[in-house]
Design a protein around this ligand. Structure first.
Ligand SMILES: Nc1ncnc2c1ncn2[C@@H]1O[C@H](COP(=O)(O)OP(=O)(O)O)[C@@H](O)[C@H]1O
Ligand SMILES: [Mg+2]
Length: 260
């Protein structure tokens, strides 16, 4: 039988702002199996980030039940919540959330510092291996300001992978990227999923959602439908037919050679 890595029952989230209550989530029932690639779609304000924060143990629901890998999250205190988050979940955000003063190595090793693994040769090897796996081996000493948007997001993915979490959660990770770079990032997520990671993805672009195996629709804090994707878009295949930035520039100068 497949293992339910995420199981929620009637989750609600109410934000209180002064005297006003905002019902951000209004009874979410969600099941996600280990190894699935699920995307959550919905318009702005529908509760996607709120749901993601709860699923990733960054925040707790106002009511309901949440079991993460069989653990009842509602019973945990803040320290226990931080511990389970660090162990089980890697996050990737739209705005990358890197520390500007640290180079790639420094950014990628941050979650290791929080999880207090000892300094060692093995630790260095692990950091290098994860940075290699996202194709940034030649850039390890560079700081985020010296990298492109796509490279920054690769650093964020490496950071998310460093504790070898079972689940990767990403909140609009391609939102700030051009379409080719976005596709490259999707190729990385698809490869991670092939290697067994559970991936949960928030997006408001259907083209991006179609890279996943199942799309869940959220509206006004309620799950209002879901769809199995019969043939998910293969990011590597898409990339074969997408021009690289250098190709675009070459084409431009070739086509305009008479003019210049
Ligand atoms: N920290 C907060 N305090 C008060 N209201 C919030 C907070 N975060 C989100 N909301 C409100 O909750 C609703 C859902 O927001 P959010 O989860 O960010 O939606 P999405 O990510 O789909 O755009 C919105 O009405 C938003 O204004
Ligand atoms: Mg959001």
């Amino acid at each position: 039988m497949e293992k339910k890595i995420i199981l929620t029952k009637e989750i609600t989230k109410i934000y209180k702002v002064g005297d006003i209550k905002v019902n951000a989530l209004r009874g979410i029932n969600l099941e996600i199996n280990e190894g699935e690639f699920v995307s959550i779609m919905g318009p702005s304000g529908s509760g996607k980030s709120t749901l993601m924060n709860i699923l990733g143990c960054l925040d707790k629901p106002t009511s309901g039940f949440y079991y993460l890998d069989g653990i009842n999250v509602m019973d945990l205190n803040d320290n226990q919540l931080a511990e389970i988050r660090n162990k089980k979940v890697g996050f990737v955000f739209q705005t990358f959330n890197l520390l500007p003063r640290l180079n790639i190595i420094g950014n990628v090793e941050l979650p290791l510092i929080y999880s207090r693994r000892e300094q060692s040769r093995a630790r260095k090897d692990l950091i290098n291996e994860v940075i290699n796996s996202v194709g940034l081996a030649e850039w390890i000493k560079h700081k985020p300001s010296e990298l492109s948007g796509g490279q920054r997001q690769r650093v964020a993915i490496a950071r998310a992978l460093i504790n070898n979490p079972a689940i990767i959660m990403a909140d609009e990770p391609t939102g700030n990227l051009d379409s080719r770079t976005g596709e490259e990032i999707m190729a990385i997520f698809q490869e991670l999923n092939r290697r067994g990671k559970t991936i949960i993805f928030v997006t408001h672009e259907i083209e991006i959602a179609k890279h996943s195996g199942r799309i869940i629709y959220l509206r006004d804090g309620i799950l209002c439908g879901e769809e199995k994707v019969k043939e998910p878009v293969n990011a590597c295949k898409m990339l074969e037919n997408m021009p690289k930035l250098e190709d675009k520039i070459n084409n431009f100068s070739n086509n305009n050679s008479n003019v210049i």
